[in-house]
Ligand binder design. Structure first.
Ligand SMILES: [Cu+2]
Length: 284
């Protein structure tokens, strides 16, 4: 029963190449760094596959060719210099190729490119990743048990609540074609920011600020993620969504979000005043 279920699942995966590709390789298509991580992963995977097939093939061939039935007396072979030098040099060469390819690809994974459209956002930081022209959109990501909070714009770092910047929970809104740099912090325990299609996983560590970036090419896209560090009982519910808008839609969303927050704050202030006046709220 279990075997047939396994076979059926494997069969379905083989028949759906896209699902299989996603099953064994990283997600990509959402940001250049995610694409570079995916292509580097595939290069290593293909080289490993060739080595695997070669080694396993030689093993199966030898087991069959030199089986005990046909060769009752084992041949005593003491080394083969050419073969030994060959596989030592071959293995070293593979490692050198993997090292070179990794170091060639690394800058495009770490360093953010310039925005292609819309964004004229400028912010200065000594250690945050910055595109060559310095223009980026900064969003501060704060992890807390068990939700992500996003504060939009310069000055959000260490200042997310006092600077009256627009913010949102769980759903992040970003403009397409713009280099978005995330300043990541945590209020309580270690969380981990990870939207697989938008690049690598970055921990949110209390007392530290960590960084990552992405640049989503198309408006209308929606990317799903999940806190990738077991952070407590409700960890599984700590999901994240990134919605990509056109730069114009983004500006509009930002101002309407700002407006909504201001209105809600004014209402709360009014309510507090009424409750205090009627003696229903303590002076604390
Ligand atoms: Cu978490």
């Amino acid at each position: 029963m279990v075997t047939s279920l396994c076979l059926a699942t494997t069969g379905c995966l083989i028949l759906a190449p896209d699902a299989l590709a996603r099953f064994i390789t990283p997600e990509s298509g959402g940001s250049p760094n995610a694409d570079q991580i995916d292509s580097l992963y595939k290069i290593v995977l293909y080289i490993a596959a060739v080595v695997f097939v070669g080694v396993e093939g030689a093993l199966v061939y030898s087991i069959f060719k030199f089986r005990a039935k046909r060769n009752p007396v084992a041949a005593q072979i003491h080394g083969n210099t050419r073969l030994e030098v060959g596989w030592t040099v071959g293995a070293a060469l593979i490692l050198v190729i993997l090292t070179v390819v990794t170091f060639v690809k690394l800058p495009s994974i770490i360093n953010p490119p310039n925005s292609t459209s819309g964004g004229s956002f400028l912010s200065a930081s000594l250690n945050a990743p910055t595109p060559p022209n310095g223009k980026k959109l900064t969003i501060c990501v704060q992890g807390r048990q068990y939700i992500w909070r996003y504060t939009y714009g310069n000055g959000c770092l260490n200042n997310a609540f006092s600077s009256k910047l627009p913010y949102s929970y769980q759903e992040m809104y970003v403009p397409a074609g713009t280099t978005v740099v995330l300043d990541i912090q945590s209020f309580d325990v270690i969380h981990s920011w990870w939207i697989p299609s938008l690049g690598g996983k970055v921990d949110a560590v209390p007392g530290y600020t960590t960084y990552t970036w992405f640049k989503a090419p198309k408006a209308g896209a929606l990317f799903h993620g999940q806190c990738a560090q077991l952070c407590g009982r409700q960890h599984a519910y700590m999901t994240a969504l990134v919605k990509v808008l056109t730069p114009a839609q983004y500006t509009q969303w930002l101002s309407s979000q700002k407006q909504m927050i201001q209105t809600a704050n004014a209402q709360v202030a009014q309510l507090r005043q009424i409750l205090t006046q009627t003696g229903n709220l303590g002076s604390t």
